[in-house]
Design a binder for this molecule. Structure first.
Ligand SMILES: Cc1cc2nc3c(=O)[nH]c(=O)nc-3n(C[C@H](O)[C@H](O)[C@H](O)COP(=O)(O)O)c2cc1C
Length: 193
């Protein structure tokens, strides 16, 4: 099992949202993925995060919010562009919005709470991928747009940490360059003398 986990971590890749087709996770698989996502380091056991499930027809309804929000920003947008925006959530069978719900003031520093939210997104991604699904953690413009935030029911202090798109990969993704360890790793040594 330990070997499988490290093999998974060393080979996993995200799949573009538009290449994530049916089937998505069924209810049992979804619950397991969410359980995996919540099993993260969380200083103080305060879980400063929550999830919004977006699936089925709701993806289309939310897509209309995106269409309206995009029209706000670009009144003269071409109909094809508006269709593309309206179809973002239907690219994949399931989308999980991860909401950062930081508690301030709190004895656990804001930074540590934020790091826990990132860990949730990654565990969500890993859990879905480990169960054989393709997945991708993205934000895109609508994560930050006030009308979309309102439609999703976000409170003023909350932020979208990511939308994790999940489905069956229709293509195997190519590998992606990673930094050489020599670029990112150093070893601390006591100063001489
Ligand atoms: C917080 C966050 C937001 C991201 N938002 C986007 C995005 O909006 N669009 C995009 O193409 N990639 C975005 N990415 C990058 C994707 O997750 C990308 O597919 C990923 O880095 C691929 O890495 P992997 O194959 O190792 O999983 C985002 C990544 C993070 C961590």
């Amino acid at each position: 099992m330990t070997q499988q986990l490290i093999d998974h971590i060393l080979t996993r890749r995200s799949v573009s949202a538009r290449l994530l087709t049916e089937p998505g996770p069924d209810e049992t698989a979804l619950q397991k993925i969410l359980q995996g996502a919540t099993r993260v380091p969380d200083h103080g056991k305060i879980h400063p995060w929550r999830f919004i499930i977006i699936r089925g027809e709701a993806r289309k309804t939310l897509g209309q919010v995106l269409r309206a929000a995009y029209t706000d920003q670009e009144a003269g947008a071409a109909p094809a562009k508006l269709d593309l925006e309206a179809e973002r959530f239907t690219r994949s069978p399931l989308v999980i919005g991860v909401v950062s719900s930081i508690i301030v003031p709190h004895k656990i520093p804001e930074w540590e709470q934020t790091l826990s939210v990132g860990a949730v997104c990654l565990n969500l991604l890993y859990s879905a991928q480990a169960m054989g699904f393709g997945a991708n953690w993205i934000t895109e413009w609508y994560a930050y747009y006030p009308k979309v935030r309102a439609a999703l029911g976000l409170q003023a202090h909350e932020k979208i940490a990511g939308f994790v798109y999940i489905g069956t990969a229709s293509q195997k993704p190519e590998d992606r360059p990673r930094p050489a360890l020599s670029e990112v790793v150093s070893e601390w040594r006591a100063p001489l003398g």
